[in-house]
Design a protein around this ligand. Structure first.
Ligand SMILES: [Zn+2]
Length: 402
C-alpha cells in the first residue's frame, strides 16, 4: 500500500520513493510507488502533475492504488525523486480550502448542504441542495471571506469511525476505517482526503462569479486566491475596453448596450422599409433589360449591396411584371443567389439552383417558382455565365416539352 505523503504533509513538493510496480495503464506507461506526494483525482479535486525521475507525470489515478501515468516508462525497484508541479497544486489547495469555507458558510447560515463539488481549470462549482437567492449567496461569500481574513489554522486529524460518530461533521464520511478529518478552527469540520492550505488566510479571497438553479438546488460557481485576481483582471480589461468604445462610465454599460441594441433594431426596420421601396425601382429597371430566349425574358444580374431578402423581393416583382426567368446574385462574395420564374413557365428554379451550387459551391433550396442559395464563393462573372447557361438550357428544355 502506497504511503500518501499528502495526507500528513500537504506542503511536501519533493520526495524520494521506490518504484514498486511498473506496468502499462490503458496504453500508457505507469508506476506505483512505496510513497507519494502526488494527489490522485478524487473528491472533486483534480490530480497533481510533475516529474518522477526523468519522466513527466501526466495523470494520477486512485484505482485504488495510486497509479502515476507517465510520459516515459520507469523500472520497478529503482529509487527516484518525485517533484510535484507546485503552482498547479497550490492553486488546487486554495480552491479546495475555499470550497470548505464556502460550503460551511451555506451550511451554518442557511442550513443549505453542499451535495456536489467540482474543480475545473478556470472555475469551481458547489452544488447546494436547496435554492439560494443572490442575497444568500453574497452573505455566504462574505462569511467565507471573514473566515479567510481571520486566518485560522487548518488542522488534519485522524479519527476512528466511533470517534467520528460523535463529531459534528459537516460532510458525512463515505470511507470505511480510520477517517481523515479537516478541522478549520471554529469554522468547519469535515471528513476529507484532499489537500488544503495550512491557514485560511492563504486562500486570499473567495468570489462567486455566477450561480444558477439546478435540479431543485443551486449551483454556485466560484474562484479563490490567484484565480480571483485573474478573473478581476479579465473583467477589468473587458470593462475598460467597453467603456472606451462606448464612452460611458462602467456603471452605465448595461444601459448603453441596451440603447445600442434598440437603435440597431430601429435602423434595421428603417433599412428594410427603404429596401422594399428601392426593390420596386430595381425591378422596374431590370424588367426592361435581359434577352429573349424562346419567348421568355431571361434576366441575369449581380446586384451590389443587397441581401438575400432584397434579391427575393426584386426577383418576385420582376417575375410578376413580365413573363421572365430571373437570376440575381449579391456582391461581394460569398454571394446570395435567387432564381425565380413567372407562373406558367416550365422551369424548375430549385433544380437550376441545385445545379448552380453543385458547379460553383454553396448551398440552397426552394420551390419550382423561387429558389434561394447562399455561400457561393465564385466571382460575379462566373455566377453570371454559369447561371445564364443553366437557365437557357432549362428554358430550351421547357419549350421543347410544351
Ligand atoms: Zn477538503
Amino acid at each position: 500500500v502506497t504511503l500518501r505523503i499528502y495526507y500528513t504533509e500537504p506542503n511536501c513538493r519533493t520526495f524520494n520513493a521506490t518504484v514498486t510496480t511498473a506496468f502499462d495503464y490503458q496504453g500508457r506507461p505507469a508506476v506505483t510507488l512505496d510513497r507519494t506526494a502526488f494527489y490522485p483525482t478524487s473528491g472533486g479535486q483534480p490530480f497533481d502533475t510533475g516529474r518522477l525521475g526523468q519522466a513527466t507525470v501526466v495523470e494520477v489515478i486512485d484505482a485504488p492504488e495510486i497509479v502515476h501515468v507517465l510520459s516515459a516508462p520507469l523500472t520497478a525497484g529503482t529509487s527516484i525523486t518525485g517533484e510535484v508541479d507546485w503552482q498547479r497544486r497550490f492553486d488546487h489547495m486554495q480552491q479546495h480550502t475555499g470550497q470548505h469555507l464556502l460550503s460551511a458558510a451555506f451550511d451554518r447560515l442557511f442550513d443549505n448542504r453542499t451535495v456536489g463539488f467540482h474543480m475545473g481549470d478556470d472555475v469551481s462549482t458547489v452544488d447546494l441542495s436547496r435554492d439560494a437567492t443572490s442575497i444568500d449567496i453574497e452573505r455566504a461569500v462574505d462569511e467565507a471571506n471573514n473566515a479567510v481574513w481571520n486566518n485560522v489554522p487548518v488542522a488534519i486529524r485522524f479519527v476512528s469511525q466511533e470517534e467520528a460518530q460523535k463529531l459534528p461533521l459537516r460532510k458525512e464520511p463515505t470511507r470505511e476505517g480510520p477517517l481523515r478529518v479537516i478541522d478549520i478552527a471554529g469554522v468547519d469540520l469535515s471528513a476529507c482526503g484532499g489537500t488544503h492550505v495550512e491557514r485560511t488566510g492563504t486562500v486570499g479571497l473567495i468570489a462567486a462569479v455566477a450561480w444558477e438553479r439546478l435540479r431543485g438546488g443551486t449551483r454556485v460557481t466560484f474562484v479563490c486566491g490567484a484565480r480571483a485576481l485573474r478573473v478581476l483582471r479579465m473583467y477589468r480589461d473587458s470593462v475598460a475596453a467597453s467603456v472606451r468604445v462606448l464612452s460611458v462610465l462602467p456603471a452605465e454599460l448595461p444601459a448603453a448596450a441596451e440603447r445600442l441594441q434598440a437603435e440597431g433594431k430601429d435602423l434595421r426596420k428603417q433599412l428594410r422599409s427603404a429596401q422594399e421601396r428601392l426593390a420596386a425601382y430595381e425591378a422596374v429597371r431590370l424588367a426592361d433589360g435581359g434577352a429573349d430566349v424562346d419567348g421568355v425574358r431571361l434576366i441575369v444580374e449581380v446586384l451590389e449591396g443587397w441581401d438575400a431578402a432584397g434579391l427575393k423581393a426584386i426577383a418576385a416583382a420582376v417575375t410578376a411584371a413580365r413573363r421572365a426567368c430571373v437570376l440575381l446574385a449579391s456582391s461581394p462574395p460569398p454571394a446570395a443567389v435567387v432564381i425565380a420564374r413567372s407562373p406558367g413557365i416550365a422551369v424548375d428554379a430549385q433544380v437550376v439552383l441545385r445545379e448552380l451550387v453543385a458547379q460553383l459551391g454553396g448551398r440552397g433550396g426552394g420551390k419550382p417558382e423561387l429558389a434561394q442559395g447562399g455561400g457561393v464563393l465564385a466571382t460575379a462573372a462566373q455566377i453570371v455565365s454559369t447561371g445564364r447557361s443553366l437557365l437557357e438550357t432549362a428554358i430550351h428544355g421547357s419549350a421543347s416539352r410544351s
